[in-house]
Design a protein around this ligand. Sequence first.
Ligand code: NAP
Length: 289
Amino acid sequence: MQQEILVTGATGNIGSILVPQLAGLKGVSVRALTRDPDNARELAECGAEIAVGRFDDKPSLAAAADGVDTLILIVPPSAECVAHNRNIISAAKKAGVRKVVRISAIKAAEDGPTENTRLHGECDRLLQESGLAYTILRPNYFMQNIFMSLESINADNVFYAGTGDGRLAMIDVRDVVDCAVAAATATDFDNQALEIGGPESISFSDVAATISEVGARQVAYVGVSPEDLEGALLQMGFDAWMAGLLREYSTVYGQGWGDLITDGVQRLTGKPARTFRQFTAEVLAPALV
Ligand SMILES: NC(=O)c1ccc[n+]([C@@H]2O[C@H](COP(=O)([O-])OP(=O)(O)OC[C@H]3O[C@@H](n4cnc5c(N)ncnc54)[C@H](OP(=O)(O)O)[C@@H]3O)[C@@H](O)[C@H]2O)c1
């Protein structure tokens, strides 16, 4: 029997890798939620069924969840994310979905030190109290976030961050995807919450050294204060909520919040997590000019 998997946030960082991977699996049919089908053309070409909907439009979520066995729940950070998670979890429950794999965030907790940590903690609890089977994945900082600095790396061989010497066990999004696939297609991890991260805890000075070595160019990390980072993001056009979120994360990552090596990726996928060096060689280097 075919397993019908619905992915929300399907055109984003995780979903755009996850949906084609699921579409290539035997015995799986994948449905991808987007607000705009134009964003999902490549996903449709891979064989995904496209569902058009929004997290604040309950009828569209009911239609997207119809006939679904497993929901992979990805909701971008926003002040409305609790309502968004509530709407889709409720639609899944009404549609008879068996299990939800939710992408949360590192050390999500309702008494955590950043607003996003607390909101994820609340959303995790909503799911845990829903009566649905679940696996909650709590990833560390994504290696792919360095793409936000691609322009300055390519133009000036420099990037900026507000984490000082803080070390992070950053994770390759491809490992987040592999974990989500494993959790969605097996029952071994039902009703568990797992912290997932990379195999080493590194600072942004280490990141600069690896990009310099693998990319055969000298790239520098320039540390700025979390407050100056927020100011620069506001000038670049980020909304105040997102700029504040990145300030808060920079502060706590600078204090060691991301310095957490776990065996989550190995346990879920049976493979070691990818290193930053692998990520640089395979994903970042082709984008360096
Ligand atoms: N970045 C990190 O370092 C990190 C680390 C740990 C955890 N996380 C967590 O990972 C999650 C984000 O994953 P991601 O980066 O893959 O997502 P993303 O790229 O930020 O966004 C995913 C997609 O969500 C869709 N979307 C936005 N608003 C929507 C709405 N109102 N209704 C329906 N769809 C909407 C958009 O697609 P369309 O425009 O096509 O609709 C977007 O492409 C967050 O929960 C975040 O906290 C991130």
